[in-house]
Design a binder for this molecule. Structure first.
Ligand code: GLU
Length: 378
């Protein structure tokens, strides 16, 4: 059975470290209270896997939904950024308390980590967070992670915990991510409207065909943003060497149900990128764009560095060492990398061969605009 094949990839023996993400709609009911019985079942699943030798970190949503109820805020606490931040600050205490209590009842110790996008985009802070996660997991503790919504502003938020879970998987060196969702995977079309829609058991690559399927479900009431952000999470996880599964959380003991052959979509890991390249591929923000010609696109795909001669346009205000995106002539992002030059100097040498660079720059040029060691194809 294909579904069983998927479940095997998340077994303790094949996946020593696993990230489990749980969405707000599963954790909190319509009245704004924690669904304790269901959550206790998830915790039993986690405890079972821990006893079998798997290290698990949880990415838990639900703070805003819980806090909104406590504060009597409208629109689930999302009417304004200030409301969301107040709701998150209030709800997070209750959420942590529930996790600590339920994990404690299974003899497990919980730890809380609240992170912002900036914490994981900045290389030094990322490494700090990674070291903390590594230590906690090695100590047998179950880290419970959420976005630090009460300080993150709109511009610097992850905004959804799907992508946060994929970034945490990279930071923790996990080889698997399970997104517990209110859908049981990715369908070829919107199953609510198309009776012929089928569940896709495995996905090798999140390409345009796959993205189109998520768009197809846009007004299904399941939340199109939901599937779009899950696909982005899958891309980040795959690039970082982790499998990612979307499975239904609408059943009791969902991890056990999946392991027993339950339905879901597994996005297969694309294997061994170096840790630095995985971090680059997973970054969500870039400081500029370098557009390149078709010849340079072909060269990058063969593993070459990006040479200035192949660049046709430079936009953005990046400094040397900043992350930039590389686009093909049609404007499609093809790669991401660390620029060897600031934006002004990159623009100066764009389109010129290397022997002209010294005269254009007034100093000895570097070997490439983006070195292949600091470049990942998307
Ligand atoms: N961090 C948000 C919360 O705790 C949830 C984000 C999401 O919905 O993915 O409420």
């Amino acid at each position: 059975m294909v579904a069983n094949l998927g479940a095997d990839r998340f077994a303790p023996a094949t996946c020593p470290r696993l990230i489990v993400k749980i969405g707000s709609s599963l954790l909190v009911d319509a009245a704004g209270t924690i669904r304790r019985d269901w959550l206790a079942g998830v915790v039993s699943d986690i405890a079972e896997r821990q006893r079998a030798g798997q290290q698990i970190a949880i990415v838990s949503s639900g703070a805003i939904a819980l806090g909104a109820r406590r504060l009597g805020l409208t629109k689930g606490g999302r009417a304004s950024l200030e409301d969301a931040q107040a709701a998150a600050a209030t709800g997070q205490i209750g959420l942590s308390h529930a996790w600590a209590e339920l994990l404690g009842a299974e003899g497990l110790t919980a730890a809380q980590m609240l992170v912002t996008l900036g914490d994981l985009e900045d290389r030094r802070r990322y490494l700090n967070a990674a070291a903390t996660l590594d230590r906690l997991l090695a100590l047998g503790v179950v880290p419970v992670i959420n976005e630090n919504d009460s300080v993150a502003t709109e511009e610097i938020r992850f905004g959804d915990n799907d992508r946060l879970a994929a970034r945490i998987a990279q930071a923790a060196g996990a080889s698997g991510v399970i997104l517990l969702s209110d859908v049981d995977g990715l369908y070829t079309a919107n199953p609510a409207r198309d009776a012929s829609a089928t569940l896709i058991a495995e996905v090798d690559e999140v390409d345009d065909d796959i993205r189109a399927m998520a768009d197809g479900g846009s007004d299904s009431g399941m939340g199109s943003g939901g599937m779009v952000s899950k696909l982005e999470a899958a891309r980040i996880a795959q690039a970082g060497g982790a499998h990612l599964a979307i499975i239904s959380g609408k059943v009791e003991r969902p991890l056990a149900a999946f392991a027993a052959g339950g339905r879901g979509t597994v996005f297969l890991s694309r294997g061994g990128a170096s840790a630095r390249k995985a971090w680059l591929a997973g970054r969500l923000t870039a400081h500029g764009i370098i557009t390149i010609d078709a010849g340079a696109v072909a060269a990058l795909k063969q593993g070459s560095s990006l040479l200035a001669a192949g660049a046709t346009r430079v936009t953005g205000g990046f400094a040397r060492g900043d992350v930039i995106e590389i686009s093909d002539p049609a404007g499609t992002r093809v790669a991401r990398g660390l620029s060897e030059y600031d934006a002004a100097d990159a623009a100066r040498i764009a389109g010129h061969r290397r022997d002209a660079h010294a005269a254009l720059l007034g100093y000895a040029p570097r070997a490439a605009l983006v070195h292949r060691d600091h470049l990942v194809l998307l």
